[in-house]
Ligand binder design. Structure first.
Ligand SMILES: Cc1ncc(COP(=O)(O)O)c(C=O)c1O
Length: 386
């Protein structure tokens, strides 16, 4: 059973940081891995050819292990979720009047690209709205999605969970239905992979793209993406030299090479060796592999039981437990509470969560402990009692 891992991070007790869905604090070991390479960059004679190729391969291997992919060549290194999603969107043979399905209020990096594609191809972008009532909201939202998938659907492009309120989507059922109608399934895993188990061999998405700076505990500006066989012969959005076969043979670089490296390797971003960021993200994903994502999820689960009971007793409401994961909770506030006042109080008490509409998004991770939640509840009580 995993214990609190706060000592592996630099965060202090001064703040209660319950906002990993915004940005993860760095592991001390990731920080050190980045510093080592920052220093090395001041002495370029020490940067070897091997530094271009071996660290990215280590990152691909670590992520392949995390999501149970059977080949690290299926993993590309990307700068952001939007970059990885653009590579998928660029290779979907969309025709006029085909449907692309997204969820309401989805994160914009996974919406603009589909808006653009739909406009270019005269296709339809359909956004699935949740019910307005809170009872069975997650269940009904999932049902609405499933019943919208039909023979006209070419792409279902959704998050593995909803980024703003944490609603879980039934990925197995969605994959089954997309297969029945021959639609692509393009998943943005940024808000769950690393904190909620994801098995790529079980779900078999066509692509799974993750920005690295949230639940993968990595630095900003780097992510990882899995592409399935549907994209094996696709056209990448840029033509970087490293993505071509034999690019490690520096003396042959201008014997221009028509062939790409295998599987997803054509989709790596330019500058994929990103000397500082790659070792940092590798370090953090290795740490997740060492803990085990199930353990991370279980830790968060144990941590939130008491505070959730307290919040409910104070009039808050939450999604049915089948439709949220303990790492990202959209807690709906009782009627009449001033969200501005709540935000002020949390600020005063140095508590970091996200306020979205009438909800408080709480996103704990393994560096949080009971005392963090005690402080959150105390702060919340001050607002309620007024
Ligand atoms: C679901 C989701 N995807 C992606 C991102 C980040 O997007 P990008 O990597 O394109 O900047 C966020 C940031 O909040 C997010 O919540």
């Amino acid at each position: 059973m995993l214990k609190c891992q706060r000592s592996l991070f630099s965060i202090t007790k001064e703040y209660v940081y319950l906002n990993c869905a915004y940005m993860s604090p760095l592991l001390k070991s990731s920080h050190d891995a980045g510093m080592e390479m920052l220093i090395k960059q001041s002495f370029p004679q020490e940067v070897a050819i091997d530094d271009f190729f071996t660290p990215p391969e280590q990152l691909r291997k670590a992520f392949a292990q995390l999501i149970n992919a059977n080949s690290s060549d299926r993993i590309a290194i990307v700068s952001s979720a939007s970059y990885g999603i653009a590579n998928a969107a660029n290779n979907i043979p969309l025709e006029a009047q085909d449907n692309i399905i997204v969820m309401d209020e989805q994160f914009p990096s996974h919406v603009y690209v589909w808006q653009k594609l739909a406009a270019e191809k005269n296709a339809n972008l359909i956004s699935i709205a949740p019910p307005t009532t809170s009872e069975n909201r997650g269940k009904i939202w999932n049902e609405r999605l499933l019943s919208a998938i039909n023979d006209k659907t070419k792409v279902v492009a959704i998050g593995t969970i909803h980024w703003a309120d944490g609603t879980l989507f039934d990925l197995k059922a969605i994959r089954r239905r997309t297969r029945e109608v021959g639609a692509y399934l393009i998943l943005d895993g940024t808000q769950s992979v690393g904190a909620l188990p994801f098995d790529v061999q079980e779900i078999e998405p066509d692509a799974l793209i993750c920005s690295g700076y949230k639940w993968l505990l990595g630095p900003y500006s780097l992510g990882v993406a899995y592409y399935g066989s549907a994209f094996d012969n696709g056209t990448p959005i840029e033509e970087n030299w490293m993505n071509r076969k034999d690019s490690h043979v520096f003396q042959d670089l201008v014997n221009y090479q028509p062939n790409y490296r295998p599987e997803a390797q054509r989709y790596n971003m330019g500058g994929l060796s990103s000397f500082i960021h790659v070792p940092m993200l590798t370090d953090s994903i290795r740490q997740l592999n060492e803990w085990g994502v199930e353990e991370v999820n279980d830790y968060c689960h144990r941590l939130i039981q008491k505070p959730l009971r307290q919040l409910k007793n104070l009039g808050c409401s939450l999604e049915h437990s089948d439709y949220y994961s303990p790492h990202l909770l959209g807690v709906r506030m009782p009627k009449g509470i001033s969200m501005e006042r709540l935000q002020d109080q949390l600020q005063k008490d140095r508590i970091k969560v996200s306020i979205r509409g009438n909800s408080m998004r709480i996103a704990p991770n393994v560096y949080n402990d009971r005392s963090d939640f005690d402080r959150l509840i105390e702060s919340f009580k001050k607002v309620i009692k007024e």
